[in-house]
Design a protein around this ligand. Structure first.
Ligand SMILES: [Zn+2]
Length: 404
């Protein structure tokens, strides 16, 4: 029977128990170290329920107890923390030029890293063999990981683990079932998402966005993408296209973009567009770093190229502020790393262009995790699944990736 969209579903007792287990684990991850009493207060569950659920999580080996180090006389409360050693996770980022992998514990602590240069011209098979090589190196001498997370240029069908048809990520990358292929080869569950979305998640969990519920991460490199986190959850949209900020129109009469639209943000503020414009102005440059080097020598053309970029980028962000009203905007990617004054300059322009009540509180800051944002976010994709279903750490089943 087709379910009408307005019908809510009920919870039977087994589901309630599983949901409460997930609620406790999520609260514990965010508030750790925390006592049972504080956990009960934070989750609005009774102390009896908390005792029962904490026992189950202790039995699964997902959390551990510590005696609080208090100098006060009397009984010291026992504090609970997530047990990092409970499992290991592989986080990968597959970009146009690099396959980057990290092995972390369940707490997101990086234990190993590995990266290989990558060229798209080799096709899907060459990229896949590099991905396998990175995973193999990371897992050498390690046990079976809880799962593998992947950040890759979108759009991505996250339910089926399929890379759909990334713009500028050609050479056979159309409807590639990367999730099922990796799950089959490594025998563990795999989750993947658009790299800007995983980078948003990475910064939210481990970087510049910690403690912020509503944030927008914008990635500025060969493409321009974004990840929107609303009430602490990634917002993906109906067709998983939310965040395609690079294809929002900032000049209705602007140049035609690869997507078919005119005057997209990507035709002004993506790295290839900036470099192409700089060259059209007579600069012999190949990347944003060389533009920066010239600007530092006060080359007026290089300075003007940067200012032009900030002008258009401010327009992109003013639109974003008016659409989403986030607490925080995090800017990441190669452009932000090459131009250290970018965030400050763009913040000032945004403030001058949006209504006072909106511009007042919006903070625009650089990403903190550098090149690891997307891979750490891929790790967070897996940890999210563990929080939803804590039993994954014990018996990680290969997900059903049967694609119709
Ligand atoms: Zn476009």
């Amino acid at each position: 029977m087709k379910k009408p969209i307005s019908v809510r579903t009920g919870s039977n007792l087994t589901k309630v128990r599983a949901e409460n287990l997930s609620v406790v684990l999520d609260a514990l991850r965010k508030l750790q170290p925390i006592s049972r009493a504080d956990l009960a207060e934070a989750t609005a569950l009774t102390s009896a329920t908390i005792t029962y659920l904490v026992d189950e999580l202790l039995e699964l080996g997902l959390i551990e107890e510590h005696k609080a180090t208090s100098k006060q006389v009397g009984r010291r409360p026992t504090l609970l923390t997530l047990r990092g050693a409970a499992g290991k996770i592989v986080g990968l980022e597959v970009s146009r030029s690099m396959v980057r992998g990290i092995l972390t514990d369940l707490g997101g602590k990086i234990l190993k890293r590995m990266e290989l240069a990558h060229r798209l011209e080799g096709g899907v098979d060459e990229t896949l063999s590099l991905v396998h090589k990175v995973i193999q190196t990371l897992l050498e001498g390690e046990g079976r990981p809880v799962g593998i997370g992947v950040g890759i240029p979108g759009p991505v069908d996250t339910a089926g683990g399929v890379v759909m048809e990334p713009t500028n990520f050609v050479h056979g990358w159309r409807n590639v079932p990367l999730g099922p292929l990796l799950a089959q080869r490594w025998g563990v569950p795999v989750w993947l998402d658009d790299d800007a979305k995983t980078a948003a998640l990475g910064e939210r969990w481990y970087g510049a966005g910690q403690g912020v519920e509503n944030l927008l991460y914008v990635s500025l490199r060969s493409g321009v993408g974004a990840g929107l986190i609303v009430r602490d959850r990634l917002y993906r949209g109906t067709h998983e296209l939310a965040g395609e900020i690079g294809h929002t129109t900032i000049n209705v009469d602007g140049p035609r973009c690869g997507c078919g639209n005119h005057g997209c943000a990507e035709t002004y503020v993506s790295v290839p567009a900036i470099v192409e414009y700089a060259r059209s102005q007579g600069l012999r440059v190949a990347d944003p770093q060389s533009i920066q080097n010239l600007a530092l020598l006060e080359d007026p053309v290089a300075v003007a190229v940067k200012q032009r970029t900030y002008h258009y980028l401010a327009a992109v962000l003013v639109n974003a502020v008016n659409h989403y009203d986030p607490d925080l905007i995090i800017l990441g990617g190669t452009l932000v790393r090459a131009w250290p004054d970018l965030c400050a300059q763009v913040s000032e322009k945004v403030r001058g262009r949006s209504f006072g009540f909106l511009s007042k509180d919006v903070r625009i800051i650089p990403a903190q995790l550098g090149e690891h944002s997307a891979a750490l976010g891929a790790v967070a994709l897996v940890v999210e699944q563990v929080i939803r279903n804590p039993k994954l750490v014990q018996n990680a089943p290969v997900p059903d990736y049967s694609v119709a």
